[in-house]
Design a protein around this ligand. Structure first.
Ligand code: SF4
Ligand code: SF4
Length: 184
């Protein structure tokens, strides 16, 4: 048959020698290579038991922030949605009602706030655009899931725990931002 290219290589069909037919030397050679790796430092990390330290600029799952009183910082201004290159953010604004001052820091708040994690590219532009320190990218991953709809994160998924009601969870979610957190 005519070859299409000149890259064809003829395979050597010469019969195996007695040494090769014994196989044991080849097995022994393989075992030596395997055992030589036992005492070497392993390059892999046994996740999730062990975790690799993140880079200081790692950008993970978004968190909607609260102030020290536990009030939501977001005023539903929409700047994060406008800045988002993936058009991953959707929100609906609402007016704060009398008696809700302990829930929302300003007169307007996001009644609905959603991020489509299948669109998000974790660029951090939403955090940069926010004038209220209301959103930041944390040091946690977006967990894997089987259904696309589970990747639409709503306020319940994104809001940071209440600093007074769940101080430990709040501190954990804040991560390395605890030292340099600023409220505008
Ligand atoms: S991290 Fe980037 S892509 Fe993701 S929601 Fe924020 S602005 Fe959009
Ligand atoms: S997260 Fe920030 S930028 Fe986005 S709507 Fe809320 S206050 Fe505005």
């Amino acid at each position: 048959m005519q070859a299409l290219t000149n890259r064809v290589k003829e395979v050597s069909r010469k019969p195996m020698s007695l040494w090769e037919r014994m196989y044991l030397p080849a097995v022994f050679k393989g075992m030596v290579i395997t055992f030589s790796h036992i005492f070497k430092k392993t390059p892999t990390i046994n996740y999730p038991e062990k975790k690799r330290p993140f880079s200081p600029v790692f950008r993970g799952l978004q968190i909607l922030n609260r102030d020290e009183e536990g009030r939501e910082n977001c005023t539903a201004c929409g700047l994060c949605a406008v800045a988002c290159p993936a058009e991953a953010i959707t929100m609906e604004a609402a007016e704060r009602q009398p008696g809700e001052e302990h829930l929302y820091r300003e007169e307007k708040y996001a009644a609905r706030y959603e991020i489509n994690m299948l669109r998000c590219i974790f660029c951090g532009l939403c955090e940069d655009a926010c004038p209220k320190d209301a959103i930041y990218l944390s040091e946690t991953f977006t967990p894997a899931d089987y259904q696309r709809k589970q990747f639409i994160y709503n306020k319940k998924d994104l809001l940071i725990p209440h600093p007074k009601e769940e101080p430990e969870a709040y501190k954990k979610a804040l991560g390395n931002r605890a030292g340099n957190k600023t409220a505008n």
